[in-house]
Design a protein around this ligand. Structure first.
Ligand SMILES: [Zn+2]
Ligand SMILES: [Zn+2]
Ligand SMILES: [Zn+2]
Length: 351
């Protein structure tokens, strides 16, 4: 490796370094505590547990420091100016080393400073206006019970477009899981006794017992985890988290506006990207172990092709009236899938 300097603007930590205003003399950079190598939270120490980058207080914030001698590494330095040790970032997912200043991991292509930030997107509105009403009517007419006069007496009296945010993490995972699985064995014993006729008897008894056994399981599969990003949108969860939208790719969001948002109501996402990323990644990896009945002791996994997004799903909320009863049907404006209340038999009889 040559020991040169790359442009500071290309560095993952460059933005953080530039935007470190001093507030009342306190180093704001320390309050942010974000790794200058991979943008993960730094926690209590100043060594990143994700990429191994070391930091130290420098000026008003903090800077990357040499893993060998502790000297501050100037932005873009390929080697430590003090001890000439090569400076680099170990990829948090594949462990490959990328020289300082690299934006993408040389091993797996991960965008080092950006992979924990969700890309904002939205799903397209494919069922709008009357089409949404038709989907709602079709769903209401598809139940096991349908009043004969439902088509004549059911009215859709209100329609509103909601945008529900959903976190989504997709990746490919390869490697092995080491752990224990429970195996059932049987212990067979012969029990001697005396029968009612006074003669000796023998009985064979088989009892199950469990033994934990060490196993190593290969892993090579796709991860796809989703979670609603707003508790306000909980009633929409089943619809937006259903398998349907998985077929549809979210289009990137340009600026803060959503298509047709003048008519829509937006559920603001709760929580931050970092918390959502950590939770989804952990849940996906736990799912791998659970699917194999494993109590995991060690993971040797590479998480590749990570894609993390926050996508807004358009959902119509339609209010129907049937005789004296009211109800709500929700129609996913991308897939046309519907869920909600149906008119009951009682509504027909007692109206
Ligand atoms: Zn890091
Ligand atoms: Zn050094
Ligand atoms: Zn990598």
């Amino acid at each position: 490796m040559t020991c040169g300097t790359v442009g500071a603007a290309d560095l993952p930590g460059a933005a953080a370094r530039r935007s470190l205003p001093s507030e009342g003399g306190a180093p704001v950079g320390l309050a942010l505590k974000q790794c200058l190598g991979c943008a993960a939270p730094l926690g209590e120490g100043l060594t990143c547990e994700h990429c191994g980058a070391r930091h130290r207080v420098a000026g008003e914030g903090f800077a990357l420091s040499c893993g060998r001698c502790g000297d501050v590494l100037p932005p873009g330095a390929a080697c430590c100016p003090g001890c000439r040790a090569p400076a680099g970032i170990d990829c948090p997912e594949c462990r490959a080393r990328t020289p300082a200043g690299g934006r993408f991991c040389q091993g797996c292509g991960l965008e080092l400073a950006a992979y924990r930030r969700a890309r904002r997107g939205h799903l397209p509105v494919r069922h709008a206006g009357e089409a949404a009403g038709e989907r709602a009517r079709a769903w209401l007419g598809s139940g096991w019970f349908r009043a004969r006069d439902q088509a004549d007496h059911l009215r859709l009296i209100d329609r509103e477009l909601l945008w529900a945010p959903v976190w989504r993490l997709r990746a490919r995972v390869e490697g092995t899981l080491l752990g224990e699985v429970a195996r059932t064995h049987y212990r067979t014993t012969t029990v001697d006794g005396i029968g009612p006729d006074g003669q000796p008897t023998q009985r064979v008894v088989s009892r199950p017992y469990e033994v934990m056994e060490q196993v190593e399981r290969p892993v090579a599969e796709a991860l796809d985890e989703r979670a609603a990003a707003s508790p306000d949108a909980r009633e929409l969860d089943d619809l937006v988290l259903a398998a349907g939208p998985a077929r549809v790719e979210a289009a990137p969001l340009e600026g803060p506006a959503l298509p047709g948002d003048a008519a829509g109501r937006l559920f603001a996402p709760r929580g931050d990207d970092e918390a959502a990323f950590t939770a989804l990644r952990a849940r996906a990896l736990e799912g791998l172990a659970a699917a194999r009945g494993l109590r995991v002791e060690q993971r040797r996994l590479q998480v590749l092709d990570l894609r993390f997004e926050l996508a807004f799903h358009p959902v119509w909320r339609l209010v129907w009236r049937y005789r004296r009863a009211h109800g709500v049907v929700r129609v996913h404006a991308t897939t046309g899938d519907a869920a909600g209340d149906r008119p009951s038999l009682l509504a027909q009889w007692f109206s």
